[in-house]
Design a protein around this ligand. Structure first.
Ligand SMILES: Cc1cc2nc3c(=O)[nH]c(=O)nc-3n(C[C@H](O)[C@H](O)[C@H](O)COP(=O)(O)O)c2cc1C
Length: 180
């Protein structure tokens, strides 16, 4: 597959199973995350790599952070086990006169995308998820993310659990204008 085919065929893998990326591959995935465009070279992000017993800890955090009256705790408890590894990407905003927080948030988002692509390039599958728990202050606190920072995404990574058809590409026609 050529590089352009690889980029053109990006898609998520919702069904993920063992094995998780090995230690060398995790390093390569994290290194890809560090290569993103980064105005001011602030590296305004943090990666938390969760696997093994860490998934159980995350499950307990999700449950203890949820409202037992309104939430489906059984469903919530299972969420982290949708993949053998999760990389949580959060911001580490830096005060900078030329780089507003918005740009730093975008850079952290690029990290998620870059790591998804790296995981796929290494033969794994991945999916970027958020949901209400990404905006839950108790979850953020449990993960060491301060109130003023953002949990940008849970990047679920693993081995594709079943064969997946390639989705059709979407047309860019309605999304583009040209100045010539
Ligand atoms: C910031 C962000 C958060 C997302 N959160 C979720 C989510 O919580 N649940 C979900 O099913 N998809 C979520 N998605 C979308 C999936 O990652 C995925 O892109 C979508 O299911 C479309 O599939 P595709 O990537 O194969 O085109 C999110 C995407 C982004 C960029």
């Amino acid at each position: 597959m050529t590089h352009i085919e690889f980029l053109s065929q990006r898609q998520s893998t919702p069904f993920l199973t063992d094995p998780a990326p090995n230690a060398k591959h995790v390093e390569q995935i994290l290194a890809a995350g560090m290569r993103v465009p980064d105005h001011g070279c602030l590296q305004p992000w943090h990666f938390t790599v969760i696997s093994g017993h860490g998934l159980q800890k995350l499950s307990e955090l999700f449950v203890s952070s949820s409202n037992p009256v309104t939430a489906n705790l059984e469903k919530i408890a299972k969420m982290p086990f949708r993949a053998p590894m999760i990389i949580v990407v959060s911001t580490e905003f830096c005060a900078h006169e030329k780089v507003p927080a918005q740009e730093q948030l975008i850079a952290a988002g690029c990290c998620v995308h870059a790591m998804q692509m790296a995981a796929v390039a290494l033969g794994y599958g991945a999916m970027w998820r958020t949901g209400a728990l990404a905006y839950n202050q108790k979850v953020k606190q449990g993960l060491g993310i301060s109130e003023e920072n953002e949990l940008v995404g849970f990047l679920y990574i693993g081995t594709p659990g079943k064969a997946q058809r390639l989705k059709a590409s979407k047309s860019f026609a309605a999304k583009v204008s040209y100045w010539q």
